[in-house]
Design a protein around this ligand. Structure first.
Ligand code: MIC
Ligand code: SF4
Length: 646
């Protein structure tokens, strides 16, 4: 039987397990990346493992999230990461060099290789045919130490692309269409592969926009073939030698298939507060816009910003709109400066921000009260912009730019003839902001620079025989990691200070939750479908762990968060019978009388609701390796007991 692209890469990297859907597979990881908001913790964990030098082919530490320095915290963390990188054989991308996914695609990604990153948008690398996955910081630390990355073998979903995009319709509209079809849960447990004649009409940056936002489908990853277009992109990046061809076999078998006709697509918009709340721009109509933000790892490429510059050229941003633009990388920024496009952007009145995540993660540019903000980003979860009642709509760069001029949501097709932007034959190549690690004979003398903001991470304990807990929180469906552990400029600087972060846990849903935990002791959190969607931040597990959460019982989980819970030693459970969700209320006394024996046996867990006098079964969402991990009290304990390569 033929193989899909992803199956071929998995096969080449398989270190344990069988490639049957749902089975635990361990993969050799060629490359890792971290960003600073998850990186500080990941490197603390890496240090705790005691491995002197990374064992991957390439590991890169990026600084792109926590770039607003309103106190010493972020700058201290940058210096910590820089020193760890130098000491342990990791390349260091300095602040100002750009967003991890954009820079990695330009300078480091290689078709056919595996990449994990402590950021959920790592699948951006699928745009050049990498098997690139988001993971928790601890998983990345283990991979840097030479350990395998474990996933449950995904199903294969083929998206068959036909036709060609019409003028002013772009890659963002493609992925918004896919989100409309599949929803934010539609990719769970699947790898999305793009195929069909439409693939050859899309450039690498366009493909990367699509695979980037596959994270919002909940997919394990998304991937495009590696073809002549990939080769031309790598050649223009001075890296043609990194190219290999990659395609699925003609008789490859997919578990599911959908089709998208590129020719019939129109500009789309994801309305508040979910990336799958998709409508056409035309259907939403000319709503008044207060702010437009262009950038993020989804839409900040050279191609995107050249389109934006062409739309803004010779015009002025509408007087009631604030337009912010953050180029994705120094390469993009520098090229716009050299070819004059930046001058057009500045002249139109855009507020140009540094090459970083910026407003996407609430690092500045929060909209006004009730403000409507059009963003070319990938997430519009409630409160993520930093303004609790902000109304964030996700659109393409073309829709964003034209709406910034008109002051209302506008279909860019009104601009008439398309602007033709070609990818350059040669990008501007200058890696002067990526530092090399110290040579092996000098690494011992590198001093680690640890600031006072770095606090110990919570200690985990082996799973006891039984658990007596209180249901200190009950939430509904689609709870995101931005609900569990919010980000934003005020909180992000404390990513290495779990005790302080804990004051904000579940702040979006229930401000009293942290205090309730302190008052009541061990707890269980109860939730609905797709619990933990969104970010890879392991803080959404470490902070509840610190607050005494022992188990999370929900209808279904998002992949990375579920793995992060197990890594932290928190028991991830799903209702055997979803109707039992209604048999628990907040503050009920819950007992798991035989939990350790049940996990050891790999069986369902008995849940007794002592307040209601009822009992039912819950299923642990754990592979056999994760069972051992939870029994040991988390991945760090497990790794200490079994070595870093297990
Ligand atoms: C995000 O987009 O939510 C982030 C910030 O990039 C996160 C990582 C984090 O929380 O640090 C992600 O997507 O994984
Ligand atoms: Fe940064 Fe936003 Fe991309 Fe996350 S989604 S990596 S915050 S640009």
């Amino acid at each position: 039987m033929g193989l899909t692209i992803a199956q071929k890469i998995i096969k080449n990297h398989l270190v344990s397990g069988e490639m049957t859907v749902g089975a635990d597979v361990g993969l050799r990881i060629d490359q890792t990346l971290t960003q600073d908001a998850t990186g500080t913790m990941a490197y603390l964990e890496f240090e705790a493992m005691g491995v002197p030098r990374v064992k991957t082919e390439l590991s890169v530490a990026y600084i792109d999230h926590n770039t607003l320095q309103t106190g010493f915290e972020n700058a201290d963390d940058h210096r910590f990461i820089q020193s760890v990188a130098k000491k342990h054989g990791i390349r260091f991308s300095r602040p100002g060099n750009g967003i991890c996914h954009q820079v990695h695609l330009e300078r480091f990604g290689i078709p056919g290789k595996t990449l994990i990153g402590s950021d959920s948008h790592t699948p951006t690398g699928g745009g050049i045919g990498m098997l690139a996955m988001g993971a928790g910081g601890l998983d990345v630390a283990v991979a840097m130490g030479g350990g395998a990355y474990h996933i449950s073998m995904p199903k294969m979903l083929r998206v068959n692309l036909t036709g060609k995009l019409s003028p002013w319709v772009s890659a963002k509209d493609v992925i918004l269409k896919v989100l409309e079809i599949l929803s934010v849960k539609g990719g769970v447990g699947k790898i999305v592969e793009y195929a069909g004649e439409g693939v050859a009409t899309l450039t690498v940056p366009e493909r990367a926009t699509i695979t980037n936002m596959g994270a919002e489908l909940g997919a394990t990853t998304s991937i495009f073939p590696s073809d002549e277009i990939t080769r031309a992109f790598l050649k223009a990046q001075g890296r043609e030698q990194d190219w290999i061809p990659l395609a699925s076999d003609p008789d490859a078998v997919y578990d599911e298939e959908i089709s998208v006709d590129l020719s019939s697509l129109v500009p789309m918009v994801a309305c508040p507060h979910s990336p799958d709340n998709v409508k056409t721009v035309e259907a939403v109509g000319k709503i008044k816009v207060d702010q437009v933000c262009i950038g993020s790892c989804t839409n900040s490429s050279y191609l995107d910003l050249m389109h934006v510059a062409a739309i803004l050229k010779g015009k002025t941003v509408h007087p009631d709109v604030s337009l912010a633009i953050a180029p994705g990388s120094k390469q993009v920024y520098n090229m716009l400066a050299e070819n004059g496009a930046l001058a057009d952007i500045i002249a139109a009145g855009a507020r140009v921000l540094e090459c970083a995540c910026g407003p996407c993660i609430g690092m500045g540019q929060s909209p006004n009260s009730h403000g409507v903000s059009l963003r070319t980003f990938n997430r519009n979860f409630e409160g993520r912009s930093g303004t609790a009642d902000g109304q964030v709509y996700l659109v393409s760069p073309e829709t964003a730019a034209v709406s910034a001029l008109t002051g209302v949501l506008t279909d860019p097709r009104c601009l008439g003839e398309a602007v033709e932007v070609k990818l350059p034959e040669r990008f501007l190549l200058n890696d002067n902001m990526v530092a090399l690690p110290a040579p092996a004979d000098e690494m011992d003398s590198v001093e680690i620079l640890r600031g006072p903001n770095i606090k110990e991470f919570p200690v985990t304990e082996a799973l006891p025989e039984s658990l007596s807990v209180k249901a200190l929180l009950k939430v509904g469906d689609n709870i995101t990691t931005d609900h569990i552990m919010p980000a934003g400029a005020k909180i992000l600087p404390y990513r290495s200070n779990i005790p302080y972060l804990s004051n904000f846990c579940f702040g979006v849903c229930d401000k009293d939750f942290p205090q309730r935990c302190r008052d009541n002791g061990p707890s269980i959190v109860v939730g609905g479908q797709n619990y933990g969607q969104g970010s890879s931040r392991e803080h959404a597990a470490l902070v509840p762990l610190y607050l005494g959460v022992k188990a999370v019982l929900v209808k279904s989980f998002a992949r990375i968060h579920c793995a992060n819970l197990a890594n932290a030693g928190i028991l991830p459970l799903v209702f055997e019978n979803e109707a039992d969700y209604d048999r628990i209320d907040q503050m009920d006394e819950i007992v798991l009388p035989n939990v350790r024996a049940e996990i050891e046996a790999g069986s369902d867990v008995t849940v007794e609701n002592r307040t209601k006098g009822v009992a039912f079964k819950a299923r642990p969402v754990l592979s056999s390796r994760q069972q051992q991990m939870v029994l040991a009290g988390g991945l760090l304990n497990y790794t200490r007991e079994n070595g870093s390569e297990n």
